[in-house]
Design a protein around this ligand. Structure first.
Ligand code: NAD
Length: 344
């Protein structure tokens, strides 16, 4: 039996990626839409085979409480609204799959984790890479020792979006600039691939003077993470450079290159030694369907997801330290991650 979801927020991600993912998923089904634009939602509902009664306005979100076929909500709103809808969902007893970044601050993320806990509902940060076969294969190669001792990593996630006027450029809605939106993938991947928690960060941010897009949020961030095993990971994210999304792992026996690393499709993983270049052929599966079905399995079994709210919270803490480091021009120590060590 499939787990029923209400999707909250019918923007680009929902329309272009999540509707198709629900279609491809084995364990999840879309049963309701929550929107601020009823006309648009009614058209989409009909295309999806839903009824007019399956469309709810934001104000009537709580009416989902009586829907037995909505066990979970998928929050796909601008970042600063994640907390409000997570708390509202928890209050009506619905499990929550919340888009990344989990929220816009450590404080909000903590509140989200505790309200879901108090309500006895599951909270999952809707990350992709931990459920993606290419990233899983890279992690396996690293952690099984096949690369030898890992020394260095770099991750890059840069693009020239968004355009002026988007919520992503408004501090109040986005909570930050390229770091929260795309730099998060670099951070996430460094933690996932190493299976370690960084103990120190050092960062710079920069916004092109006079560029109106970056009056409220930062354009570019460079941040370095130090891990207990000695691995140093350097990361770049930007809203101002031509699209490039890659990860390199540099080790004493072999190196890995994931390029593209963070796209939705056509990921490529390569393993290089000094004498040989091997392209790993890995079957691609819709990343959003994988992530959705993981959560559905948790909803059915009651188990914690692999990327629970605590995982999003931990990234939020590290991003806050990255901003502090950049602002104060010094390395910032990170506290030990008190959460469950999900990546082992
Ligand atoms: P979008 O702008 O395309 O859609 C946002 C939706 O929120 C729209 O339907 C809009 O009408 C609605 N909304 C409600 N209140 C709003 C307000 N006050 N201001 C602006 N819009 C409001 O954005 P998106 O790209 O779909 O992103 C939504 C969320 O999904 C974000 O948290 C984003 O980080 C995340 N996201 C994740 C991935 C991924 O790969 N996991 C990819 C893209 C976006």
């Amino acid at each position: 039996e499939r787990v029923g979801y209400a999707v909250v927020g019918l923007g680009e991600l929902t329309e272009e990626e999540l509707y198709p993912a629900f279609h491809l998923s084995a364990r999840s089904k879309l049963t309701a839409l929550v929107t601020g634009d009823r006309e648009k939602a009614l058209v989409q509902a009909r295309q999806l085979g839903l009824k007019d009664e399956d469309v709810y306005d934001y104000e009537h979100f709580e009416e989902l409480e009586g829907r037995a076929d909505v066990q979970a909500v998928f929050i796909v709103l601008p970042n600063s609204l994640h907390r409000e809808y997570t708390e509202r969902a928890a209050r009506i007893g619905k499990h929550v799959l919340c888009e990344k970044p989990l929220s816009v601050s450590v404080q909000d993320a903590e509140a989200m984790v505790s309200s879901c806990k108090a309500a006895g509902v599951l909270l999952m940060t809707a990350y992709r890479i931990q459920y993606t076969p290419h990233h899983q294969a890279a992690r396996e190669l690293m952690q099984s020792g096949q690369l030898g001792q890992v020394k260095l990593m770099t991750a890059v996630d840069v693009q020239t979006e968004p355009d002026e006027g988007q919520w992503r450029l408004k501090a109040k809605l986005a909570g930050g600039g390229s770091l929260l939106d795309v730099g998060l993938y670099c951070l996430n991947t460094a933690r996932f691939l190493t299976g370690e928690e960084p103990y120190e960060v050092f960062a710079y941010t920069h916004s092109t003077p006079g560029d109106k897009r970056f009056e409220e949020v930062e354009e570019s961030v460079s941040f370095t993470l130090r891990f207990p095993s000695g691995v140093i990971s350097s990361n770049f994210c930007s809203y101002g450079a031509s699209k490039h999304r890659s990860v390199r792992v540099l080790a004493d026996k072999a190196n890995l290159l994931l390029d593209p690393a963070f796209d939705y499709t056509n990921l490529r993983l390569r393993k290089d030694t000094e004498t040989e270049v091997t392209e790993l052929l890995i079957k691609e599966v819709d990343q959003f369907a994988l992530e959705l079905d993981h959560f559905s399995r948790c909803v059915v079994s009651g188990e914690q997801p692999y990327t629970p709210g605590e995982e999003g919270l931990q990234d939020q803490r590290i991003m806050e330290a990255i901003y502090t480091s950049a602002r104060e021009g010094r390395p910032v120590q990170l506290e030990r991650f008190e959460g469950r060590d999900v990546f082992r």
